[in-house]
Design a protein around this ligand. Structure first.
Ligand SMILES: Cc1cc2nc3c(=O)[nH]c(=O)nc-3n(C[C@H](O)[C@H](O)[C@H](O)COP(=O)(O)O)c2cc1C
Length: 370
């Protein structure tokens, strides 16, 4: 590939205080293998360690509180048993030479009462249900509930929960956290005018809609250091019944609000190039990560130019990492990529999870061999 040596996806990068061996990020992917208490099984450490050849792994969405859970089988990081499981993951990934951030995901209105404590409620910025089905604790699909509109006290509690969860993540040995403000979950629900009809200071204007995500970012940065904090956004994204088109000003306001903190990175899902993305890239003071996301492919030929041409410092890749634990090695040596099996994305157990082999002949230490 005729790209300058200093701008290929295979070059190292300094992300906040974290040294990355290459510019390829494993994108966050929910895999639903945790038990009912939100504790990951021991083999999750194997799964993530197998993928340590990524410059950075971002974990599956992880609830910062019991009330923030929106799917059966997602892990938490708000109690000691969950923290111990994450410590096993962090140790295994580090032993394999990798780096790992935990994605903190409060699902907001995309949830169900059966998944959260009896005294908690499914919440959102406004009492507007998503026109989607959600999964109950018994794994039955039902219409999404009308969420309870959060009051100031509820908002403050969730901000604190994010900060406490981030502190746990770092205590468990994870290298940092990514705040999930994309794909129609709670932070995104606040950002978007279709889901946020508030007339108080958490709504009503781009700055108002950006306020909650900015408060969470500031609190988490305060708890663990801004250079350990990333944030993921999906401007214009429609997943989970979001109507986020024409909302560019809110993303600009969010970046204006949090850029002075100098978080470790901004991680943007983009369907196609747009003036907004170029604007955010220019305005963002630290590392910029792009995910071309679902519609676009995430093969090497698609993502390498994003780094080579300076559109992003890092690129994130999802599904190819499911079926190719040694993806970076395969890309580097042009080894064919295995195809993923969608049917086992969210099933229990190790099948479709830890049983995708590295390519024969590759060293198990994927970082040093890639
Ligand atoms: C099985 C699966 C689970 C996902 N879970 C999450 C998640 O927990 N958090 C998140 O931000 N994105 C999640 N995503 C989106 C991915 O991070 C990524 O944006 C998407 O797969 C597009 O990238 P790709 O084409 O390289 O797979 C998920 C995607 C898949 C396929």
């Amino acid at each position: 590939m005729s790209v300058p040596e200093h701008r290929t996806v295979f070059d190292p990068w300094k992300l906040g205080r974290t040294e990355l061996a290459n510019r390829v990020v494993m994108a966050p992917m929910t895999r639903n293998r945790a038990d009912d208490d939100g504790v990951l099984p021991g083999y999750a450490a194997t799964y993530y360690a197998q993928r340590a050849g990524a410059g950075l792994i971002v974990t599956e969405g992880t609830q910062p509180s019991a009330a923030g859970k929106g799917y059966p089988g997602t892990p938490g990081i708000h109690d000691d048993a969950q923290e111990r499981a994450w410590a096993g993951v962090a140790d295994a990934v580090h032993a394999a030479g990798g780096r790992i951030f935990c994605q903190l995901m409060h699902t907001g209105r995309i949830g169900h009462q059966s998944l959260i404590p009896a005294d908690a409620r499914v919440v959102g910025p406004s009492a507007i249900a998503a026109a989607v089905e959600v999964e109950t604790a018994d794994r039955v699909m039902v219409p999404a509930p009308v969420p309870v509109e959060l009051d100031a006290e509820g908002i403050a509690r969730i901000v604190d929960d994010f900060a406490s969860a981030a502190a746990r993540a770092v205590r468990a040995g994870l290298d940092g956290v990514e705040l999930h403000a994309a794909n129609g979950y709670l932070l995104h629900q606040f950002l978007s005018p279709g889901t946020n009809r508030r007339t108080d200071s958490w709504g009503g204007s781009p700055q108002g809609r950006a306020r909650f995500a900015a408060e969470v970012t500031a609190a988490v940065a305060d708890a663990i250091g801004a250079d350990r904090v990333g944030i993921r956004i999906s401007p214009g994204g429609q997943f989970n019944d979001m109507a986020d088109k024409g909302n560019d000003d809110t993303y600009v306001a969010l970046v204006d609000a949090i850029a002075p903190l100098r978080p470790a990175y901004l991680h943007t899902l983009r369907r196609r190039s747009s003036p907004l993305h170029e604007q955010l890239r220019r305005a963002w003071p630290t590392t910029y990560v792009l995910n071309t996301g679902f519609m676009g492919a995430s093969e090497l030929d698609d993502v390498a130019p994003l780094v080579a041409d300076g559109h992003a410092d890092l690129v994130s890749v999802g599904r190819l990492f499911v079926s190719n634990p040694d993806l970076v090695t395969r890309w580097r040596h042009d080894i064919p990529r295995a195809v993923w099996d969608e049917d086992t994305f969210f099933t229990a157990g190790e099948r479709g999870y830890t049983d995708y082999p590295a390519h024969p002949g590759q060293s198990p230490d994927q970082r040093s061999s890639s």
